[in-house]
Write a protein that binds this ligand. Structure first.
Ligand code: ADP
Ligand code: MG
Ligand code: MG
Length: 309
């Protein structure tokens, strides 16, 4: 059996999508490394296609055009999925928040709390009706509307990397993009042990999950933020107010694929713990939500499987 010959894990890291991506896979060293490189190349390709800031990317062309532009079929598909999740989350997940992201500049050089007038102007450039999709063709409703897949593209890239590894015959692997991950099979005879970061104690785990064949994606307010007047301004916006969502410190979603986990983690974060938990249940995924006051909520399916720290 496979227990007789437990191969060494092969690992490689690369900086992608603004974070460190680590792939660990089991198999013979040379072909496994080659497969990992192809999986990382695939993530780099998706980053190039979907980053709004890269000249020539699908989203940069979409923002610049006055008329319909033809997108790659996969960008169009991801936009369609994003709009579907927008509807299913009551608008909480919104792929048209580019103007808000520019205004707040949370991850940029000059993050600042905007004044009311600027906020209203940016909000007027957001909303699912500001993105017109017709098959693989799309256009924005007005100049200044920004389409931003930052809440879902990393999950999609992780799924694509998993598909590349599987095609190479790899049956035990993990792809970890800054804490968002996808597991293929188990850790060669044992489960993967996945830590959920404590949102207020840096470097400490809130809980551990033992999992196989799953995606685990977290949205939190503790990595990309700035402080002003003792308040934390982070990068997940409530589309209704144009301001950072206030109900949660973090949401971790466990699902079969990372693309849905990514979008649903962002959406549940915006909805807050109670309605967020309801969304996860409705969507048939599992999750852990940490409310703004530090209370934790867990879906039924994780209750027996979570080890609290
Ligand atoms: P992370 O950046 O850690 O992957 P998320 O998956 O929650 O966290 O994505 C946050 C990013 O998604 C933001 O930087 C922004 O680009 C975009 N975003 C912010 N608010 C929303 C929202 N309500 N719906 C969809 N995308 C959002
Ligand atoms: Mg997300
Ligand atoms: Mg994310």
């Amino acid at each position: 059996g496979c227990r007789d010959r437990r191969p060494e894990p092969v690992r490689r890291t690369r900086m992608l999508m603004g974070t460190i991506v680590e792939v660990v896979a089991f198999g013979d060293r040379k072909p496994t490394l080659a497969a990992i490189d192809r999986a990382l190349d695939e993530m780099a390709r998706i980053e190039e296609l979907m980053s709004p800031r890269r000249p020539g990317s699908d989203l940069a062309r979409l923002a610049a055009a006055r008329d319909f532009v033809t997108l790659s079929p996969e960008t169009a598909r991801l936009l369609r999925l994003s709009l579907a999740i927008n509807r299913r989350s009551g608008g909480a997940f919104d792929p048209t928040l580019g103007a808000l992201k520019r205004l707040w500049d949370i991850e940029g050089e000059h993050p600042a709390v905007p004044d009311e007038a600027a906020l209203r102007r940016a909000l007027a450039l957001t909303g699912p009706d500001r993105l017109l999709l017709d098959g693989d063709r799309a256009r924005v409703a007005a100049p200044g509307v920004g389409v931003d897949l930052g809440g879902i593209a990393k999950g999609y890239a992780i799924d694509r990397a998993a598909a590349v590894l599987r095609q190479a015959g790899i049956t035990h692997a993990s792809i970890n993009a800054g804490g968002d991950l996808r597991l293929i099979g188990d850790r060669f005879g044992r489960p993967w042990r996945i830590g959920i970061q404590h949102p207020r104690r840096q470097g400490e785990m809130l809980a551990i999950l033992e999992l196989e064949d799953a995606a685990v994606v977290t949205s939190g307010d503790y990595e990309r933020y700035f402080m002003a007047d003792g308040k934390r301004y982070h990068h997940i916006f409530d589309p209704a107010t144009g301001r950072p969502a206030r109900g949660c410190q973090s949401v971790t979603v466990v699902a079969g694929d990372a693309v849905r986990a990514d979008a649903l983690a962002t959406a549940a974060f915006v909805l807050g713990p109670k309605r967020g938990l309801e969304l996860l249940r409705r969507e048939g995924v599992e999750g852990v939500l940490v409310a703004a006051d530090g209370r934790t909520l867990v879906t039924e399916g994780l209750k027996g499987r979570i080890q609290w720290r």
